[in-house]
Ligand binder design. Structure first.
Ligand code: GCW
Length: 682
């Protein structure tokens, strides 16, 4: 079971050299839990389970501090009572401190939490340290999460299908209702908690109004019961027209008193059954979803109406900034989908209730392999913000290509928008620090399914793991995250770790190389599955994912001087850098500028030649992954070895399909041959 991937990174594989864990002291034989409420209880059980599995020892469970070495778990006030010497100073909610305290002649391994969740997170950290064979002799670690919102969204439909899900049917819903058997949802919550994720929105942002029916609320309460011991709060996406379609009212105008009363009755019903309900996510006026614009109301009107009801219960309202017109006029050279979020939300800054959070995709288009960061991050100074990342690999190879997304996300998080001429990285903005927002954080669209290994491709789980780790601490490096995940998931064997890490850390670059380089955006089929090459499907339609290629040149002119003016939405220093070709980074050139095919990049190559070279290099890298993986034959279990090998063989072939599709297209479009003669003749 463990080897099929169901356990994910929580395999707790036997540690071959336990002495590496504790160079100068023995691990305690018992554990005492000072608080027996559900979340710390999960922590204690997890510690017992992990130690048994990794070290083949069963910890004794004590009721009070024993007269011998022990693990001691508790929140600050309980530790204070039992073992005052151990107090770590002030710990914020969800924080923890790990230390070994010597008292009464014994060594107490203390896991102290700022609250119940902190105890759980500290326990999972300790187990991860053991699982990666770190020396625990000097155990000393104190950590706090970067931001309060560390949620996943699931795009599950109530019929049991999942929009952009690649690992089977929904773990939550089937046939219009919550499944009878929701045991998988508890296992999911455990995985999420192990990397510090504290919330899960269980249904598609393209939400069914039926989510608010009494039967559904009863079902949701059963899921919330599974989540609760792991400190994961349940939330749902809601359709703004629910008062009309479900409630039978003649309107869903967010300012109409009857509409407000209807929502209030639903919020009351939810909290009656789910006292720790997290709140609502709203997608409105976007891709055909109903929204406040129908009544001449703003996103703030709709968001605030709901937020006010959630507030007394500690609930929050996440309003997505992914609002745009998908009937844009291709012939209008000023039309630009990338402008939409800023144009709509910037004027509303300061008009939102303080429990509203605007949820913003990292780039202004849609989870592409390379996008600049969305300028609206710097355009909301008085409104809390969350960054939305896509764990499920929609445009990035789905469950067929190995693409480790952490380096992509880090580029966005580390990007400095330089608002007010000071350093304001995207991470510091969503953490609430840059502009002193009340809330903020990270949302990952995860879309796990019923398949035993959760995400389809075994290596995709690194993205879920990495999402949680980055949301906890965006300063972690991609390499550190890859290393942890690989050791926990596969093995501490250095050969295994370096091989898997090498593949992970090169995979985004390779995928970008063989699919779409220089910020050209989506060359995938955008009208159907969002999979495989569909080069011109993005052009000449209303969706606005254009790159405007013709015989002369390629790229969207988004400059202020001659283009759509999008660049003017960035703070001045960034705008200046993007406006001028002299300072424009090659990697994003075609996102921002329209240039001739023979335009010379900073790297010395022409756009057309670089396009050829990047696609060939990317496909070669993909083939290399397959060769590298073969080194693991016999070093990991056969089942996962073979499964990943099969996928990498497929990927290297599909990379050639991609390479040839894009290169042949670029050649026929530009009429310029490959100077190395690789690209077909016409
Ligand atoms: O990326 C696009 C997806 C849609 C999705 C939408 C969104 C849930 O193709 O499937 O809808 O974004 O984020 O709302």
């Amino acid at each position: 079971h463990a080897e099929t991937g169901a356990a994910g990174w929580l395999r707790y594989a036997a540690i071959r050299n336990p002495e590496t864990l504790r160079r100068d002291q023995a691990l305690p034989a018992g554990v005492v839990l000072l608080d027996r409420s559900p979340v710390p209880l999960s922590a204690e059980q997890e510690l017992v389970r992990g130690v048994r599995s990794m070290l083949d020892r069963t910890l004794r469970i004590d009721d009070t501090l024993p007269e011998e070495d022990a693990f001691v778990l508790g929140t600050a006030s309980e530790i204070e009572g039992a073992l005052p010497q151990a107090r770590a100073g002030t710990l914020q909610p969800e924080s923890f401190s790990l230390s070994v305290v010597h008292a009464h002649g014994h060594a107490y391994w203390v896991i102290e939490g700022g609250d119940a969740r902190g105890v759980l997170y500290g326990t999972f950290r300790l187990l991860a340290k053991m699982g990666t064979e770190q020396d625990l002799a000097m155990l000393h670690d104190s950590e706090s999460p970067s931001a309060p919102i560390r949620w996943v969204n699931q795009w599950d439909n109530i019929d049991g299908s999942i929009e952009r899900g690649y690992a089977g049917r929904s773990i939550f819903f089937d046939n219009g209702a919550v499944r009878e058997d929701v045991s998988r949802t508890g296992e999911y919550a455990r995985l999420l908690a192990s990397v510090g994720i504290d919330g899960c929105t269980v249904n598609n942002v393209n939400a069914s109004p039926k989510m608010l029916s009494p039967e559904m609320i009863g079902g949701l309460a059963r899921i919330a019961d599974e989540f609760r011991p792991w400190g994961v709060r349940l939330s749902i996406s809601v359709a703004l027209n629910s008062p009309q379609t479900l409630g039978g009212l003649s309107t869903f105008d967010p300012l109409n008193p009857q509409v407000i009363a209807w929502w209030q009755s639903r919020v009351d019903a939810l909290y009656a059954q789910i006292p720790d309900f997290g709140g609502f996510v709203v997608k409105a006026d976007s891709e055909g979803q109903p929204g406040p614009s129908q009544y001449g109301r703003t996103p703030a009107d709709a968001a605030n109406m709901l937020a006010r009801m959630l507030k007394p219960h500690g609930g929050i309202l996440l309003y997505r900034a992914f609002v745009y017109n998908h009937h844009l006029d291709w012939n209008d050279m000023k039309a630009d989908r990338a402008r939409a979020a800023y144009d709509i939300f910037h004027p509303l800054d300061g008009k939102f209730e303080d429990n509203v959070v605007v949820q913003i995709k990292y780039g202004p288009i849609d989870f592409q392999v390379r996008e600049p960061v969305s300028p609206i991050f710097a355009g909301l100074r008085k409104t809390s913000e969350a960054i939305e990342l896509q764990v499920t690999q929609e445009y990035t190879g789905q469950a067929h290509h190995a693409v480790f997304l952490i380096p992509l996300w880090k580029e966005s998080l580390d990007f400095d928008l330089h608002a007010d001429n000071r350093s304001t990285t995207v991470a510091s903005i969503v953490e609430g620090k840059a502009f002193h927002h009340a809330l903020g954080g990270f949302v990952g669209v995860a879309n796990v399914g019923l398949d035993a290994n959760w995400m389809g491709h075994p290596l995709s789980m690194a993205n879920l793991y990495g999402f949680g780790r980055l949301a906890w601490n965006p300063e972690l490096t991609s390499a550190a995250i890859a290393e942890e995940w690989t050791r926990l998931t596969f093995s501490n064997n250095p050969e295994v770790a370096s091989t898997v890490d090498g593949i992970l850390l090169h995979s985004w670059h390779a995928y970008e190389g063989y699919t779409g380089s220089l910020g050209i955006g989506t060359l995938t089929d955008i009208l159907h599955a969002h999979y495989g090459p569909g080069i011109e499907s993005a052009e000449r339609n209303g969706w606005g994912q254009w790159f405007r290629a013709d015989h002369q040149g390629v790229g969207m002119d988004r400059t202020v001087a001659t283009g759509t003016g999008y660049i003017g939405q960035y703070p001045p220093e960034v705008a200046k850098r993007y406006e001028s070709l002299a300072t424009m980074p090659d990697s994003l050139l075609l996102f921002f500028h329209h240039v001739p095919w023979n335009y010379r990049l900073h790297n010395g190559q022409t756009v057309i030649q670089y396009t050829y070279n990047a696609h060939y290099a990317g496909a070669e890298e993909a083939a290399q992954f397959m060769t590298d993986w073969k080194r693991l034959d016999g070093l990991i279990d056969d089942e996962r070895y073979q499964k990943v090998l099969d996928l990498l063989i497929y990927q290297s072939g599909h990379a050639v399909v991609w390479r040839d599709a894009v290169c042949n297209w670029a050649k026929s479009m530009s009429g310029i041959p490959d100077d190395r003669g690789r690209v077909g003749h016409y």
